[in-house]
Design a binder for this molecule. Structure first.
Ligand code: NAD
Length: 434
């Protein structure tokens, strides 16, 4: 089938490359000419493991193309996916749907023949109705259906998640559209990925409910970690002790500096706003968002406490900047709040991240970027591990201690063992291991 993907970002590019790999003919459209030029030169604008090879293979085999020309990509396509950004709207926290609606207008002008317009972007309940209205208004003659097909992939494991999803959610009341979606995802039925058919509004809400639940799980264990520190308990043992209960599950029970990234913060906020508008407030999620946003800066205070109560004039080395490992995505990364809190308290910050430094430069001022972890640690008065990249999991502790001016380590991901760190002579602080 001919498929076009509007928006060639983290979701659009991965989805487009994977659909092409299933055998579909895919054209990815982006309004950013620099992104499309890079892709046409064979360069991948983001860091995502395996993506470069997957894109190259499908381009070579003629199933994947890139363009800025939306009309040409949409004409003759059986399905047009909208995978543009839906960031928080400045000021009120609602999802900013301007990119989605612009894409809908652009698609409306170009469709010919029966076309399934699929919203893959995370959008509030009712957005599909509005997309349908926009297209219908512009093209009363058009033969089309609007489907919700939210995406659940995780950055850093996006290809595996897309090709072996826990489930595929398809929201539509249109039988013809359901058949088209079934055809597109047929290769995954062979993997026996469950396909859940539901109404469009239900599908839209399912995505927010999933992210809000995961954010709640993280925030829950983070608060238990704080309590562990006060009562002398170990959060990792608590997490294992509850996680082995099948009703709870062990995933997303890692205490840390608070969730960040391009999805959880904005999606929890958007759900809160939708729920308030419908007078069915989601108070648990409201609390989760408030607790999490305070937590990131509190991690800065944790570092200051580990440095004896003041970092004025001191140098703090930060390892890991991206919101999680295996991505270059800095959107809403906890490192931003932590570093800003340290700078506000008078610290000089050095940092190293294997993939995120270019994006970090755009959002963080006055940070010295290092060549590697040891270069980052050199002459610093404390080292903070913020993002648990594999390369930070087995640092040479002797070398690290020799590089630091003071052997103070704050491990916000509980990567190291407290007894081992103490044996090596570090003053070691972690999360929830009282
Ligand atoms: P992104 O910012 O990486 O990519 C969006 C792309 O869309 C950009 O390249 C932008 O130039 C392009 N674009 C915007 N308007 C356009 C238009 N009218 N025509 C053509 N291109 C246009 O965003 P992302 O991280 O891929 O997220 C996209 C959506 O998917 C969001 O709604 C997000 O919440 C959702 N989502 C993201 C993830 C994730 O891990 N990043 C996971 C699941 C769902």
């Amino acid at each position: 089938m001919r498929v076009s993907m509007i928006g060639a970002g983290y979701v659009g590019l991965v989805s487009g490359a994977c659909f092409a790999d299933f055998g579909h003919e895919v054209c990815c459209v982006d309004k950013d000419p620099a992104k499309i030029e890079a892709l046409n030169r064979g360069e991948i604008p983001i860091f995502e493991p395996g993506l470069s090879e997957l894109v190259a293979k499908n381009v070579r085999e003629g199933r994947l193309t890139f363009t800025t020309e939306l009309p040409a990509a949409v004409r003759g396509a059986g399905a047009v996916f909208i995978a543009v950004g839906t960031p928080s709207r400045r000021g009120d926290g609602h999802a900013d749907l301007s990119y989605v609606y612009q894409a809908a207008r652009d698609i409306a002008a170009a469709i010919d023949g029966y076309t399934v317009v699929v919203t893959k972007s995370t959008v509030p309940v009712g957005t599909g109705d509005e997309v349908e209205r926009i297209i219908r208004e512009a093209r009363p003659d058009a033969d089309f259906a609007v489907v919700s097909n939210p995406e659940f992939l995780r950055e850093g494991a996006a290809i595996a998640d897309f090709k072996r999803p826990d489930r595929i959610v398809i929201g539509t009341e249109d039988e013809r559209a359901r058949e088209v979606m079934t055809e597109i995802y047929r290769p995954l039925y062979l993997n026996q990925s469950p396909v859940l058919a539901m109404s469009r509004r239900t599908a839209e809400l399912t995505k927010y409910a999933a992210n809000a639940f995961l954010a709640t799980k993280i925030t829950f264990i983070n608060e238990i970690a704080d309590l562990c520190e006060q009562v002398g308990a170990n959060v990792q043992d608590v997490a294992r002790g509850i996680g082995l209960d099948n009703r709870i599950g062990s995933k997303f029970l890692h205490a840390g500096p608070g969730y960040g990234g391009s999805c959880f913060p904005k999606d929890t906020l958007a759900l809160i706003k939708t729920a308030q508008d419908y007078e069915a407030p989601v108070r648990i999620v409201e609390t989760v968002a408030a607790v999490n946003s305070q937590r990131k800066r509190a991690m800065g205070r944790k570092v200051i406490a580990a440095c004896g109560g003041s970092v004025r004039g001191k140098t703090v080395a930060v390892l890991g900047l991206t919101f999680k490992p295996n991505t270059d995505d800095m959107r809403d990364a906890p490192s931003i709040d932590i570093i800003t809190a340290l700078q506000d308290a008078g610290a000089r910050v050095k940092a190293y991240d294997p993939e995120g430094m270019e994006a970090a430069r755009a959002v963080l001022a006055d940070v010295d970027y290092a060549r590697d972890a040891y270069d980052c640690a050199r002459d610093a008065d404390a080292l903070v591990l913020v993002t648990e990249w594999d390369m930070f999991r087995a640092l040479d502790l002797r070398r690290l201690k020799a590089a630091l001016a003071a052997p103070v380590v704050v491990d916000l991901r509980n990567v190291y063992r407290p007894d081992e760190m103490r044996r090596h002579g570090f003053t070691y602080t972690s999360v929830g291991r009282g």
